[in-house]
Ligand binder design. Structure first.
Ligand SMILES: C[S@@+](CC[C@H](N)C(=O)[O-])C[C@H]1O[C@@H](n2cnc3c(N)ncnc32)[C@H](O)[C@@H]1O
Length: 208
C-alpha cells in the first residue's frame, strides 16, 4: 500500500476510534480493550460471574475480559489462554497456548484439578480479508470450544462464545443444542452494529 493511502487509512481508523464511546470509556476505566463492555453486558443479562467459580478465558489477549472476570471472581480460579502474549493481571493465570494444540485440554484440567464452572471464548481467527472465510474459521473455533465443554465443564456449567452470523451459523446452533439444555444468542450493544458478531450463551450439559 502507498504511504499516503496508508496514512489516510490510519487517520480514518483513529477518527472512528475517537468517536467510539466504548473505546473512550475503556481508556477512562483502565480496561485493555473495548471488549470488556461486551462481557459486562453478557454477564448483566445471564449472571454467571460469581465470586468463587473456576473460569477459563479462551482468546484472552490483550485481557479486557480477564480484567472484568478478575474483579468478580475473588475466591475462585481464572485461567486465561491465548496464542498471543498477555500482560499479567492480578489473580489471573495465563498460558500462551493455541486451543487447537492437543495438549491444551490436559493443561487446563491440570491447572484446575478437575471440571470447571464457566468457559468464555472471545477467540477470533486471524483475518484474511475474505469475510466469509474469516467467519467460518472463527465459528470453527466456537465449535472446538463447544466440543471442549463436554470434557471440562461441570454438568451445571456455562459456556459463552463469540460466533458470526455466517453460512454455518445453523451448524453451530445445532451442535450447541445437541450438547446443552439451554441455548441463547445475544448481541451486546457494545458489539459494533456493522459486525456479524454475536455471542452464544449455553448452560446445563445434556446427560445422554
Ligand atoms: C478479539 S481478541 C480477544 C479480546 C479479549 N477477549 C479481550 O477482552 O481483550 C481474539 C483473540 O483470540 C486469539 N485466538 C485466535 N485463535 C486462537 C487459538 N486457536 N488459540 C488461542 N487463542 C486464539 C487471538 O490471538 C486474539 O488475541
Amino acid at each position: 500500500m502507498k504511504k499516503s493511502k496508508r496514512t489516510k487509512k490510519t487517520n480514518y481508523w483513529r477518527f472512528k476510534q475517537n468517536k467510539d464511546q466504548y473505546f473512550k470509556k475503556s481508556k477512562i476505566l483502565g480496561f485493555r480493550s473495548r471488549a470488556s463492555f461486551k462481557l459486562i453486558e453478557i454477564n448483566e443479562k445471564f449472571q454467571f460471574l460469581k465470586k468463587n467459580i473456576y473460569l477459563l478465558d479462551l482468546g484472552s489477549s490483550p485481557g479486557g475480559w480477564s480484567q472484568v472476570a478478575s474483579k468478580k471472581i475473588i475466591k475462585g480460579k481464572i485461567l486465561s489462554i491465548d496464542k498471543k502474549l498477555m500482560d499479567p493481571i492480578k489473580n489471573v493465570n495465563f498460558l500462551k497456548y493455541d486451543l487447537l494444540n492437543p495438549k491444551t485440554k490436559d493443561k487446563i484440567l491440570d491447572y484446575f484439578g478437575g471440571k470447571i464452572d464457566v468457559i468464555l471464548s472471545d477467540m477470533a481467527a486471524d483475518t484474511t480479508g475474505n469475510k466469509s472465510l474469516d467467519s467460518i474459521r472463527t465459528n470453527g473455533l466456537c465449535m472446538e470450544t463447544l466440543n471442549l465443554s463436554k470434557k471440562i465443564l461441570k454438568p451445571t456449567g456455562v459456556l459463552v462464545s463469540k460466533l458470526f452470523m455466517g453460512d454455518d451459523f445453523l451448524e453451530v446452533k445445532k451442535l450447541a443444542k445437541s450438547l446443552f439444555e439451554n441455548v441463547n444468542f445475544f448481541k451486546p450493544k457494545s458489539s459494533k452494529n456493522e459486525s456479524k458478531e454475536t455471542y452464544l450463551h449455553c448452560k446445563i450439559l445434556k446427560t445422554l
